[in-house]
Design a binder for this molecule. Structure first.
Ligand code: ASP
Ligand code: MG
Length: 428
């Protein structure tokens, strides 16, 4: 018997019929002797629908102005799906109880619409588990110190599930979703993409942060920090599939570099359309410049990604970085209004139509020349590279958005990741 956390995404919870399937699957695990905690997302489309209603009422203002109420609103989606799942389980003859984040409680900071989990009290959940109930905990939400409901950012139920698994020291956290695992790249862009049987936590972190939408990045960070075994698998298999087979399906996110992993140098191609490039031109080149520019951006709660500072000429330099496209206008305004005058810089320029494409693989640590292979591939396709950034296990380029798919396809092939290739972990 083990304590297992299941997380079901919006599509898996998308209709009463599907909720009924989730209930049957969860009941199967419970009847096999496991203590079960389930973290569901809102029914698919529900969070968008709710936030859309808010936009209808207040279209002109930045959504941040209504952060508290947006969280109050959006959190209802998970409350509804959790209660429905508890009802479905009870109808199955399986004792169960659902809790909203504040009832557990799941404590967060007060950053509305992107709150971070600070602690989870496991007392109530444990008592119910010990009483033989399946416990359902709403994803995506928590409560701050003042008792306000908060949400964790879009896709935040993954993080809720991993945090709950951590708090309960769960044996494994299974993320049931509408794809059957983590692929070498998005199969919608490259139909030849293959599913990985295992992926290291570090690779997954890069893939999640680079825009492979399978898991919310914070959930991967959380899992890495607390070493929660995490598996991504499909909720669209028949619910009564053999449980041992199910427990081994999908993609396991591993912490140890096993032998298999030694073989592949590049495990996947990640990409993000959400990258917008901003340059501050003619910045006086003196100590503290990066802090003055990026400090102001960070204070406004805007995340910066790739950063480049050019070599200086006549005491001036150019400073470029990328932000999420949704933060683009706000960042440009902030720089123009506050930073430029204080710095004595000449100009802020930007291009919101850029994207980032990356090759990811822990094998890159021990192999040289991988980046140049990437650059050659892009050169052969006639794709201009605007920015480059590297880490031990990835190389990313910022390019014009219109070449994104071409770049991803070409790199996927170059690094032998196509189905016909013989990269690691091949699924037959
Ligand atoms: N329902 C929330 C969203 O759509 C959280 C989640 O599904 O993970 O972003
Ligand atoms: Mg999701």
């Amino acid at each position: 018997m083990a304590l297992i956390v299941h997380k079901y995404g919006g599509t898996s919870m998308g209709s009463t019929e599907r909720i009924c399937n989730v209930a049957k699957r969860v009941a199967k695990w419970a009847r096999a002797g496991h203590q079960m905690v389930v973290v569901p997302s809102a029914m698919s489309g529900e969070t968008n629908r709710l936030l859309g209603l808010a936009r209808e009422l207040a279209p002109a203002k930045p959504t941040d102005a209504y952060g508290r109420e947006l969280d109050m609103l959006a959190a209802t989606g998970e409350q509804a799906s959790s209660a429905l799942l508890a009802i479905a389980l009870q109808a199955e003859g399986m004792p169960s109880v659902s809790y909203a984040g504040w009832q557990v409680p799941i404590r967060t900071d007060s950053a509305y619409t992107k709150a971070r989990i600070e602690s989870i009290d496991d007392t109530r959940v444990r008592a119910d588990l010990d009483a033989g109930k399946v416990v359902i905990v709403t994803g995506f939400q928590g409560i701050d110190d003042e008792g306000h409901i908060t949400t964790l950012g879009r896709g935040g139920s993954d993080t809720s599930a991993v945090a709950v698994a951590t708090a309960l020291k769960a044996h494994e956290c299974l993320i049931f979703t509408d794809v059957d695992g983590v692929y070498t790249t998005d199969p919608r862009v490259v139909p030849e993409a293959r599913r990985l049987k295992t992926v290291s936590f570090e690779e997954m972190l890069e893939m999640a942060s680079l825009g492979s939408k399978v898991l919310q990045i914070r959930s991967v960070e959380f899992a890495g920090k607390y070493k929660v075994p995490l598996r991504v698998l499909s909720s669209f298999t028949p619910w009564d599939i053999d449980i041992d087979q199910e427990a081994r399906s999908g993609t396991l996110i591993t912490f140890e570099e096993d032998e298999q992993m030694e073989q592949a140098i590049v495990s996947g191609i990640a990409f993000s359309r959400e990258e917008a490039k901003i340059s501050v031109l003619g910045v006086p080149d003196r100590p503290g410049i990066a802090y003055q520019i990026l400090g102001a951006v960070a204070d406004a709660n805007i995340e910066v990604d790739v950063i480049i500072q050019n070599i200086s000429k006549d005491g001036k330099t150019d400073f470029s970085f990328t932000v999420n496209r949704a933060d683009y206008a706000r960042t440009v305004d902030l720089l123009k209004d506050k930073v430029l005058p204080a710095l004595g810089a000449q100009e802020v320029k930007g291009d919101p139509k850029t994207c980032k494409v990356s090759i990811v693989g822990i094998g890159m640590r021990s192999h040289v020349g991988i980046a140049s292979q990437m650059f050659r591939c892009l050169a052969e396709e006639g794709i201009n590279i605007q920015m480059i950034s590297t880490s031990e296990i990835k190389t990313s380029v910022v390019i014009d958005e219109k070449y994104m798919e071409l770049a991803v396809r070409a790199l996927h092939k170059t690094f032998g990741l196509d189905q016909s290739g013989n990269g690691k972990n091949a699924q037959s």
